[in-house]
Write a protein that binds this ligand. Structure first.
Ligand code: ATR
Length: 291
């Protein structure tokens, strides 16, 4: 691409950001649509975060993504929080609108769209979510919003799982979510669910052979099993689930769609998700080769 006087700059604030796949996804999308935008990774240490966020406005940037470890802190630095970021208490996308910086979280909607793209639905389903971090929060709120019948947070550390369940119940004004300890009630909860979603980082590159948190014999053929790990795309859990006859959805879709939603907010264009998915696959292959 050619950088001109008119080029709009977006990017990602994180530390580290060296291995982020977002520049590859977004720059491929800008090229595919012929948009005069560039996406740049910015390594921002925590003590510079406030200055960096102010710079989004000062430099006239349409917005930025925010990643580890800044998602929580940025929520206190923007002018306004969208409902998604307020509920999840984390911002992954900033948008500049009429001189104000608005914080969004596109992870939940990105997760929901990745299921829809795969032809799956959680409408009326009993859903088990493994893990209780930021990923679990986004996924739990997403499935609550897409009509799940019940949600059980299966956590190794019960107070964390209980906090996620309480957050979802508060946000939805319902009692849809509850928490159970993995050790004592994990097996029964997973066996009784229609959809099982692993939000832990177990199985992620480079520790691809670590056994999944859920033993495969807890899974049966009627279930949908989802892993939000995107590198590798096909985790030990997903392979084991397919061997037991279950349907599976892998993690790259969530990453592509959370990015696609940010892209659409910054550019007001429909994101070329097929191009983004292809760029992500290539970037992950390069990372795997490096790592
Ligand atoms: P993120 O914000 O990306 O979701 P996180 O905050 O590190 O990441 O959350 C990961 C979740 O996976 C945590 O709930 C973690 O368990 P704890 O709540 O006990 O910390 C869970 N997790 C990670 N490794 C696990 C394992 N081997 N068994 C069970 N849960 C695990």
């Amino acid at each position: 691409m050619t950088v001109r006087g008119t080029t709009r700059v977006v990017g990602v604030f994180g530390e580290p950001v060296r291995h982020s796949c977002s520049p590859a996804m977004h720059n491929a999308a800008f090229a595919a649509l012929g948009l005069d935008f560039i996406y740049v990774p910015f390594e921002v240490p925590p003590e510079q975060l406030s200055t960096a966020v102010s710079a989004v406005g000062a430099l006239g940037m349409p917005g930025v993504n925010v990643t580890i470890p800044h998602k929580g802190a940025v929520a206190g630095l923007v002018d306004e929080l969208d409902e998604s970021a307020a509920v999840l208490e984390a911002v992954n996308t900033i948008c500049s609108r009429h001189g104000r910086l608005i914080g969004y979280n596109t992870d939940a909607e990105g997760f929901a769209r990745s299921l829809e793209e795969a032809g799956e639905s959680v409408q009326g389903a009993d859903v088990a979510i493994i893990g209780a971090g930021g990923g679990a929060r986004a996924v739990a709120w997403a499935v609550a919003g897409r009509g799940a019948r019940s949600i059980v947070l299966v956590g190794r550390t019960p107070p964390k799982a209980e906090a996620v369940a309480a957050l979802v119940n508060r946000a939805t004004g319902s009692q849809i979510a509850r928490a159970v300890p993995l050790a004592s009630e994990g097996e029964e909860s997973v066996r009784q669910s229609d959809v099982v979603i692993d939000t832990t980082s177990v199985g992620m590159h480079p520790h691809v052979d670590v056994p999944p948190v859920i033993p495969p014999n807890w899974i049966s053929a009627h279930q949908l099993v989802v892993d939000i790990v995107y590198s590798p795309a096909d985790t030990v859990l997903l392979r084991a689930a397919r061997q037991r006859g279950a349907r599976t959805v892998s993690g790259p879709g969530m990453l592509v769609h959370q990015g696609a939603i940010a892209f659409e907010m910054w550019t007001s264009q429909t994101a070329p998700v097929v191009t983004m998915r292809q760029a992500l696959t290539e970037a992950l292959a390069t990372l795997g080769a490096e790592g």
